[in-house]
Ligand binder design. Structure first.
Ligand code: SF4
Ligand code: SF4
Length: 450
């Protein structure tokens, strides 16, 4: 199957239950932001700039778990900031997975992923050293762990009762990857991030985790490169991919103008630009494990219109429930999900699906997953045959790797001597995005546990 049966069945059951009860608006995925601190400063990310980036500004563990219970969404996407910096990330994941039985996507830039997996491995070594030793040997042989790290793992866990980020049928690493090495390191504004992300994903697959990627497509994105990236990832068993159009939401746009002195219109996609970039998506989804519904894919391709249903993928962070959506807090923050549903005037947001007119100028170019994917999944603008399309897609077979991954020149950046930001070639690089060479080090106050 394209996605694990238990997972697909769980979500389908939840949606059908609400439909049968006639619920008007309900949450399908909670976007949980326990913190906004990050160790990177990616171009186009407004999140880390819109909110305070102090490590003191954290949601409590109780608030995080309570938010999931409150909205009832069967899936929780833990994002941020970088969630692996959150001091109680293990307890949060474990509470959502094991106590609340939710599906968890942990969105990460992967810089701390191998460290978290070594902590899991240390716990396993403490329990069953004989069966863990061959795995350690394999990771060393594959260049995913060095002898010093292996020696640390063999000491076992510091606290055997502490939760760890362990593989789970409902747990997914969701790794941010915007292209091959040159492009990705350029966008995240630091060299070596691509390489570390690939090491993290390869290690994850060897240890039995489910691993997905999420890619934002910008105006300059070369879709042939993205295709190559998907072939490359398929070779080591990455389980699924999300592709989303990058559009100029408020805080990202402001950052681009103020910090990088760039024109947002040169970087972000309009609706027309999105349709052009995604015109082959249905064909791609037959060849790659693209997550989402075929209805949303048709929307991105420009074959149909959908209305915005941002209420189905609500965002909860330190300030409250963000209305109307992940991208803008045009309606403010609310203390409860229910208050957000009741107090946001939903008729003022989104794009009129019949006239194509934006109800709010900030929605004009938005075709993002957070706003429109649920409309496809929930059948809000259903056409004859949509249900069957969704069932066939989600319960159908997973596409097999093309075998073309080996031909892809993935390490085409700093590894190939083409460093562009902090490397020796920085000054020679002509790309306008490389004008930012102010790359902060990871926050000094990142807890030792990470
Ligand atoms: S990894 Fe990049 S996109 Fe993600 S929160 Fe950090 S700066 Fe933003
Ligand atoms: S269209 Fe929907 S998801 Fe997009 S910015 Fe507007 S309210 Fe938010």
């Amino acid at each position: 199957m394209r996605f694990p049966f238990a997972l697909t069945a769980k979500i389908a059951k939840y949606i059908v239950g609400h439909k049968l009860r006639g619920t008007d608006k309900f949450a399908t995925v909670l976007q949980l932001e326990p913190l906004h601190t990050c160790n990177l400063t990616c171009t186009g990310c407004g999140r880390i700039r819109e909110y305070s980036t102090s490590l003191k500004d954290l949601m409590s563990l109780e608030d995080c778990l309570g938010a999931a219970t409150e909205c009832g969404a069967p899936m929780v996407s833990i994002c941020g900031g970088e969630p692996l910096i959150y001091p109680q990330i293990e307890a949060l994941s474990s509470g959502l997975l094991n106590d609340q039985k939710r599906v968890v996507y942990l969105c990460t830039n992967a810089m701390f992923m191998r460290r978290k997996m070594r902590a899991y491995l240390a716990r396993e070594f403490g329990r069953t050293p004989q069966t863990t030793e061959p795995t350690i040997a394999k990771l060393i042989a594959e260049g995913l762990m060095n002898e010093k790290e292996a020696a640390e793992v063999r000491k076992g866990p510091k606290d055997p009762s502490a939760p760890v980020m362990a593989p789970h049928p409902f747990f997914f690493w969701n790794v941010h990857l915007d292209g091959l090495e040159y492009t990705h390191d350029l966008i995240v504004e630091r060299e070596g991030v691509f390489k570390e992300a690939i090491l993290g994903m390869r290690m994850g697959k060897i240890l039995g985790y489910q691993v997905c990627t999420n890619t934002t497509v910008y105006k300059e994105t070369d879709m042939t490169e993205v295709e190559g990236m998907l072939d490359f990832l398929a070779d080591f068993g990455v389980d699924g991919h999300t592709l989303s159009p990058g559009y100029e939401y408020d805080s990202a746009k402001a950052d681009m103008i103020k910090r990088l002195n760039l024109r947002p219109e040169d970087f972000f996609l309009t609706r027309e630009g999105t349709r052009e970039k995604f015109k082959d998506l249905t064909g791609w989804s037959e060849r790659y494990a693209i997550l989402g519904t075929p209805i949303y894919h048709e929307f991105l391709e420009g074959k149909r219109e959908l209305e915005c249903s941002a209420w189905a993928i609500p965002t909860r962070n330190i300030a409250g429930w963000r209305g109307p959506c992940y991208f803008m807090a045009g309606a403010g923050h609310f203390p409860t999900y229910d208050e957000m549903l009741r107090n946001v005037d939903w008729s003022k947001f989104g794009v009129d699906k019949d006239t194509g007119e934006a109800r709010d100028p900030r929605c004009e170019n938005c075709m993002t997953q957070c706003g429109f994917e649920p409309s496809g999944a929930l059948g809000l603008n259903a056409k004859r045959g949509d249900t069957w399309k969704n069932i066939r897609y989600n319960f159908g077979p997973r596409p097999k790797p093309s075998g073309k991954g080996k031909e892809v020149n993935a390490y085409n950046g700093v590894t190939a001597g083409k460093g562009h930001i902090t490397g020796p070639q920085a000054k020679k690089n002509s790309s306008p995005l490389a004008t930012s060479d102010v790359i902060p080090e990871p926050a000094a106050s990142i807890p030792a546990a990470v």
